[in-house]
Every structure is written in C-alpha cells, then in structure tokens.
Design a protein around this ligand. Sequence first.
Ligand code: TYD
Length: 198
Amino acid sequence: MENKSGKFIVLEGIDGCGKSTHARLLTKWLASKGFSVLHTKEPSRGPIGLLLRQYLKLNAPPRVDALLFTADRAEHLEREIKPALNNGMVVVCERYVYSTIAYQAAQGLNLNWLKKLNSFVLKPDLVLFLDIRPDIAVKRTTTNEKFEELSFLKKVNANFKKLAKNEQFLTINAGRGKKVVQEEIRKKVLDWLTKESL
Ligand code: TYD
C-alpha cells in the first residue's frame, strides 16, 4: 500500500442498522462534493462473496464461515479496495474485518484466532459504527437470514461496542430517523476529512 492516496471508510453494525442506506447516501453526498467514490461491501460481489452467500444458506461450521469471509476479504482488498485507494478514491465499504470479529466470535470462535487470521488486512482510515438496539434492528430485517436472530444480534452488538471502544470507531446512534442519522454521519465525515487535510 505504499502508494495509497485515497481514504478508506468502513461502516459497521448489526443486520438492520441501516448500513446499506447510509453508505449509499454518504457515497452520493461525497460524490456531490467532488470526491471520486467507490461504494463496496462485504460479503463482496466477487467470486468468493458469491460462493459465500450460497454457503450461508447451509448450516456450516462457524470456522468455515470465518475462513470464507476472510478469504473474500483478501480477494476484495486486492481486486477492488487497494486499486481504488491507489487511484486516490474514497472507498466506502459496508462491513469489514470487524464483522468477522463481532459475528464469528458471537458464534463461539476464539477472538485471538480471528484477529490473527485477519492480521493481513489494511487498516481503515475511519470506521463508523451504527449502534442500534438489537430489538429495533431485528424488526427492520426482512430476509430471515442465518444471523438475523435477536439473541445472536445482542451478542454481536455487544462485541461491536467493545471494538468501538478499543479501536476508536466513531459511534452513531442509528436508532433514530434516517435523515438525522445521515446528517450526523455527513458532519462526522466532513469534520474528519477537514482534520485529515490540515
Ligand atoms: P449482509 O451485510 O447482510 O449482506 P447482504 O445484505 O448482501 O445479504 O451480510 C450477510 C451476513 O453475513 C450478515 O448477517 C452478517 C454476516 N457476516 C459475518 O458473519 N461475518 C463477516 O465477516 C461478514 C462480512 C458478514
């Protein structure tokens, strides 16, 4: 990453917190400010991400989930994220290594093993954590996917809160209306970008 000149922004949070909506709105807004932006996500739209979505429908062992999410990340970084950053783009990515730590630790995997497995990743410049009460989030989900169960999402959100504290994420209260949440995200990103360019 010697030539990295872009900015790498990650949005994290449990299913139903509004990551996709806010990543889309943030991308549009940054583009309107003249930034060249790549909006992407994990699981990615690459070959391993596609395999992963099929695999999640089966009740696979958590360790296999962790390895697939991490393999997808390794591929996604090389194929999409690093080239965009090297071209000076702002990358807005929904989910990243912190999802593997928060979700797969909630599945019972060892935290240190998960961190070590992911030690190759490029550190984001900014992580926004969309914090929401799991009971509210679960009502917003529509798909009934493997991880969208209240007791599980409570564990995941608690893991995200610990990460947010230890890794200095910017935490956003995502239980409010879409407009006010997006305004706060824009303000926080703008403050951060201004500080970065001083
Ligand atoms: P999700 O963001 O819901 O993708 P999509 O909207 O495309 O279906 O991700 C799918 C599920 O995978 C979600 O419940 C979170 C989970 N997940 C992990 O458990 N670990 C990870 O590392 C990632 C990236 C996602």
